[in-house]
Design a protein around this ligand. Sequence first.
Ligand SMILES: C[S@@+](CC[C@H](N)C(=O)[O-])C[C@H]1O[C@@H](n2cnc3c(N)ncnc32)[C@H](O)[C@@H]1O
Length: 255
Amino acid sequence: MVAMHIDILTLFPDSINAVMGESILGRAQKNDIIRIEAHQIRSYTKNRQMQVDDYPYGGGQGMLMQVQPLYDCWADVCRQAGRRLHTVFLSAAGRRFTQADAIRLKDEHERFILVCGHYEGVDERFIEECVDEEISVGDFVLTGGELPAMTVADAVCRLVPGVLADPSCFRDESHYSGLLEYPQYSRPENWHDMHVPPVLLSGNHGAIARWRRKEALRRTLLRRPDMLERFTPDKRDRQLLDELRAELGDGEAAD
Ligand SMILES: C[S@@+](CC[C@H](N)C(=O)[O-])C[C@H]1O[C@@H](n2cnc3c(N)ncnc32)[C@H](O)[C@@H]1O
């Protein structure tokens, strides 16, 4: 059995398979660590034209995904799983997705469903009956839920043990512990007259760890002071923040 199984209900399974079958997630699927399965909603229509959309009651622009094919697709996936699966609808009107949601979905569900809307969205009765939570990937509107669903699936799957080489790969990253990640460099040491910070070449692991922590705090302070308000610094962090505020002066370091 795989460690994480995500079912994506979509009108465009090929686009999901093309992206999710590549690189790290593609390899993890080949190694049976995770499974990302795209299901074609259109296969569940009962009309000859295989139409999945219709006009919204009350009038207005655009078409809406009808409840019947969507529900039958969802029910079939739950039947295959042998139980009602936790179901997420990707929606511009949903709660904004964060790293904490990725961790929660990974911890609480070994299998769940992502539903992609299209056109003007889906019949509200499907949401009322089948959906446990609505997630938005940001305050903007896309043409379909495929990119948001792949965003959520990617963020969740890379946290599954065995998908990345080492858990420190994601633990040090932006958002995992409430800070943005420090800047990183690779070869060459000098490029366009820009030099790699000397401490990173020193071989002094203590000094490197201190520099990285300070730069993570600097970035967060300058770019995302809202994140720093929710962050609980330890003694060393407080000292580094004092140093940064002294270096930056009152104007630059937003409090
Ligand atoms: C054109 S949008 C529909 C927007 C909808 N009429 C509204 O105003 O909220 C079509 C589909 O794309 C997906 N979508 C668009 N923007 C999204 C976002 N920011 N986050 C998650 N899903 C989104 C949803 O599945 C949605 O049903």
